[in-house]
Design a protein around this ligand. Sequence first.
Ligand code: NAD
Length: 435
Amino acid sequence: MRITMIGSGYVGLVSGACFADFGHDVTCVDKDASKIEALRAGRMPIYEPGLDQLVAGNVAAGRLTFTTDLAEGVKGADAVFIAVGTPSRRGDGHADLSYVFAATEEVARAATGPLVVVTKSTVPVGTGDRVEAILRETRPDIDFAVVSNPEFLREGAAISDFKRPDRIVIGTDDARARTVMHEIYRPLYIGESPILYTGRRTAELTKYAANAFLATKITFINEIADLCEAVGADVKDVSRGIGLDNRIGRKFLHAGPGYGGSCFPKDTLALLKTAEDYESPVRIVEAVVKVNDARKRAMGRKVVAALGGGDDARGKTVALLGLTFKPNTDDMRDAPSLAIVQSLQDCGITVRAYDPEGMAIAKTMMPDVVYCEDAYEAATGADAVAIVTEWDAFRALDLKRLAGLLTAPRLVDLRNVYDREEAERAGFSYSAIGR
Ligand code: NAD
């Protein structure tokens, strides 16, 4: 199959490289010339474990190419995937579909024959209908079929998620599109990944329902963590106690500073807007969004409290370990660290920070932070350390050494990486989440 991927970001690049690895002939298009230039030079524009080898192997095999010229990329394709961003629209929380529609128009103009157009971007219910209308209006001479094929990969584990997905959802009523999609995902049929064929609107909504459910699970355990603190229980044990129940499951039950990242915050908001438009409220998700927003700010207060509260904290320095919204990515979009840093700086606290992959982007978003080479440098001369992202590099720190570098040994563990006894043995006064 000849596949064109419009948008070569976290989803487009990984999907394109994996499709090429399945044996398809893939062109990844991006309008950001610096990304394409980097990819052509063998440099990855994002950090994703294993992506550099996967791209290099498929480029060498002649199955994967990169271009900024959308028309060139679309020429002769069997299927075009749209994997451009759908951020929150400024001011109202609706998904901003301007990139999707702009890409759709360009695809329409560039089409040279019958074409299957697939939205891989996360898009609200009904977007496929609008994509189809744009295609037909722009090029009434071409036979288009529009499919919704939402992507469920997680950054940090994107390649294995794409190649061994829990399921693939394909939303279309068109027989030809179904055949093309079947051919594209054939290697996964062999691997027996469940493939669900649904209506297009159902596929679109399934993605939002999945993200809203996961955000709910995280928010649920975060509130239980607060209750644990109030009653003297341990949320790690509660999580295990409920997660071992197969009906509940252990994943997404780690209490922490609140969900962030490029998907959950914007997708929960967009779902609320869809629910509002259709006058069919999703009140649980409304609560989740409010609770999570409040939580990120509360995490800053937790660090301030460890320093003795507002007045005592003013003029102090905090070392933050981890800035990205989760480990193994350089993605800083909507990371809880952004709210935490802001609330600390608002209290007159100086922030020193270290993150294994996120600092290049973080520097552009938070120029007033002092960036360091490692955890120990960040801690040197600081008044407290806070673990914000559970990178492996922070799981086996030399706690005694770390404590010795601080003016006073205070550890705020927002990811419950350490045990209280272990931290206290190293001399720390230790605060964590829900324990
Ligand atoms: P991204 O910002 O990393 O990548 C989008 C890319 O599209 C950018 O490089 C941009 O330059 C390019 N682009 C925009 N308009 C273009 C056009 N007209 N022609 C060519 N290129 C164009 O975004 P992402 O994180 O890959 O997300 C893409 C979509 O996938 C979003 O809808 C997102 O919600 C969804 N999604 C993301 C993830 C994730 O973990 N990041 C997971 C599942 C789904």
